[in-house]
Write a protein that binds this ligand. Structure first.
Ligand code: GLN
Length: 288
């Protein structure tokens, strides 16, 4: 059976994705969306293409390209974002490769509502700690067009990608990268908003993650035995880096330790992870 049209390729991909029980969750949550994203993205066609276009016949070289990408997705378990070199976050495209995690975070919802009702006023200075691709900080820069944003990360490689994204979004004037471990590169600096999706997966969960995660930098996922090494440090040091009404927002989740029990005085906000699992958000003003 020959694959001729876009629809043929998508359908074939869906059946193979199901047969192989692929993991979804690096941007999509089902086989159809994932196949559509890969097939259309690879041919630089918009995701929202009219349904009738799916019956367009492909050239032989287009079909060969798709088959190769689908093979890498299925056999090598490479996430779609890495195959395309691009991922979407908060409705915006970001450059992505294996130097950074695939953008995904329920923090996106908070950004889209400008952290209302938690943020007391428009933040003048924002820090995205453990920024990776820069997606959270850059989305914040779009949400707050007057703010200055710092993107910090331990990984030089990640910051190379973050810089590509600053350029891609034309934000060189007010978004900057800083290298360092935690707050290390930011002595004496204070922010009105610190947002972070740090590595927080505990050793046990990390060992059980689907093969797709093995293409991601371990530095962005795992963090000590209980996953909370960095979260603890951030909480201990945040008070020195927040302005008086400053707000710290940290994503936590895959840890057997219940962070609420660790920090009973801090406010928690529970958000559903789009793709199952548990997402805990820790919101704190000056309590930390
Ligand atoms: N469970 C999270 C995810 O894979 C872990 C990410 C993280 O450590 N920041 O999306």
């Amino acid at each position: 059976s020959r694959l001729r049209t876009l629809r043929d390729h998508i359908r074939w991909a869906v059946s193979r994705f199901h047969a192989e029980s692929l993991f979804f969750g690096h941007g999509t949550d089902n086989a159809w969306d994932e196949a559509r994203q890969l097939v259309l993205g690879a041919l630089h066609l918009p995701y929202e293409i009219a349904d009738s276009y799916l019956d367009c016949r492909l050239e032989e070289d287009e079909s060969a390209l798709l088959r190769e990408l689908l093979r890498r997705r299925i056999e090598e378990r490479v996430p779609v974002a890495y195959l395309l070199g691009e991922a979407w976050f908060c409705g915006m495209p970001f450059v992505v490769d294996e130097r950074v995690l695939v953008p995904r975070s329920p923090i996106a919802e908070l950004i889209q509502q400008q952290f209302s009702p938690w943020l007391p006023q428009e933040p003048a200075r924002i820090l995205d700690l453990c920024t990776g691709s820069g997606c959270i900080g850059i989305a914040c820069a779009h949400a707050f067009p007057d703010a200055e944003v710092v993107l910090a990360d331990l990984s030089f490689e990640a910051l190379e990608v973050a810089n590509l994204n600053i350029e891609r979004h034309g934000l060189e004037e007010r978004v900057f990268t800083v290298q360092g471990d935690g707050f290390e590169g930011l002595p004496g600096q204070r922010f009105d908003l610190i947002v972070s999706n740090p590595p927080y997966v505990d050793a046990e969960d990390f060992a059980d993650m689907p093969a797709e995660y093995q293409h991601e930098p371990e530095l962005g996922l795992a963090c000590g035995n209980d996953g909370l090494d960095l979260v603890r440090r951030m909480l201990a040091e945040a008070a020195d880096h927040l302005t008086e009404k400053g707000l710290l927002i940290v994503e936590v989740g895959n840890s057997q330790v219940h962070v609420e029990e660790l920090y009973p005085e801090v406010d928690f906000l529970w958000l559903d992870f789009e793709h199952g699992g548990h997402g805990v958000f820790l919101l704190s003003a000056k309590q930390c």
